[in-house]
Design a protein around this ligand. Structure first.
Ligand SMILES: [Ca+2]
Length: 293
């Protein structure tokens, strides 16, 4: 048979019969090429003239129209934006990225995450597709080797494929205003360890600073409960300064406070500072011991 005996049906766009072949004159292979757009494609046997029955079979008496249709999908998903489930992450945090796709689900099966899709250089795993909202999520966990981002844009290299294998272009726009802090503070220092007991209310004992591999971040200091927090109630912290509430009330004796430093991503380190006031109106602070949490 020739291509003239067949025609195309369905809702797809374009396409033409490029060949009709058979090795036995019983079964015929019709090849359609050049199909574009989305929809369905069927092949009709629209001209039965000259077709005769093989031995034992019934002769065709009418044309055959779209006995079988196939789905045509040539439209790739488009990632319209990527958002994260939080603004700051610390060591051990799970980062969940949501890839919002434009338009609606095509109805042809669940979308998948392209192999090798990354966020902040980390491979995304745990893909889950929500067809109702035409979006997917995937995650990675912050480890000590994760590239740190301090209130900056997180790099993206993400591809989403539909069920028929059409792949989106790589989403590389990044995710702005995110902090991923993978390095935990390792020490706290107090730059001055003595105060005058006549210094007045909220006299500054000294300025606190933190040792942390992360660059470009700031720290928040608080007095916290725990071992060594015995005298926290007599002190306060303002900005980076450890202060005595009322130095006059500090009689001779030993005082101990427990200080926590929290970095930009929420990683913490705690250290105990202990002191003894002297009889010459000086409270002398010295590092007594420290504790990791
Ligand atoms: Ca840090």
């Amino acid at each position: 048979m020739t291509s003239g005996k067949f025609s195309l049906s369905g809702t797809r766009t374009g396409g033409s019969i490029s060949s009709v072949t058979s090795s036995d004159n019983i079964t015929w292979m019709v090849t359609v090429s050049g199909v574009t757009g989305d929809g369905t494609l069927g092949v009709n046997l629209s001209d039965i003239s000259g077709i005769t029955a093989v031995s034992g079979g019934a002769a065709l008496t009418s044309t055959r129209n779209a006995d079988q249709t196939t789905t045509i999908d040539t439209t790739a998903p488009t990632i319209s934006n990527v958002t994260l489930n939080a603004a700051t992450y610390k060591l051990g945090s799970t980062v969940t990225a949501t890839m919002q796709l434009s338009g609606s689900y095509d109805g042809n099966g669940a979308y998948t995450l392209g192999t090798g899709s990354t966020l902040d250089g980390m491979t995304l795993t745990g893909w889950s597709y929500d067809s109702a909202n035409n979006r997917g999520t995937a995650t990675f966990t912050v480890t000590g080797s994760t590239t740190e981002v301090i209130n900056g844009s997180v790099a993206t290299g993400i591809v989403v494929k539909d069920a028929l294998g059409n792949a989106s272009t790589t989403y590389s726009s990044g995710v702005p205003s995110i902090t991923i802090d993978a390095q935990v503070p390792t020490d706290i220092a107090l730059n001055n360890n003595s105060i005058s007991t006549t210094g007045g209310a909220n006299a500054v004992v000294g300025n606190l600073s933190t040792t942390d591999v992360t660059t470009g971040e700031t720290f928040t200091y608080t007095l916290v409960a725990g071992a060594g927090a015995t005298d926290n109630a007599s002190f306060n912290i303002s900005g980076g300064n450890l202060r005595a509430n009322d130095p006059n009330a500090l009689g001779a004796g030993t005082y101990s406070v427990r200080v926590r430093s929290t970095d930009a991503g929420g990683n913490t380190f705690e250290k105990v500072f202990a002191s003894s006031t002297s009889e010459v109106e000086l409270a002398r602070f010295r590092r007594e011991r420290f504790a990791y949490l």
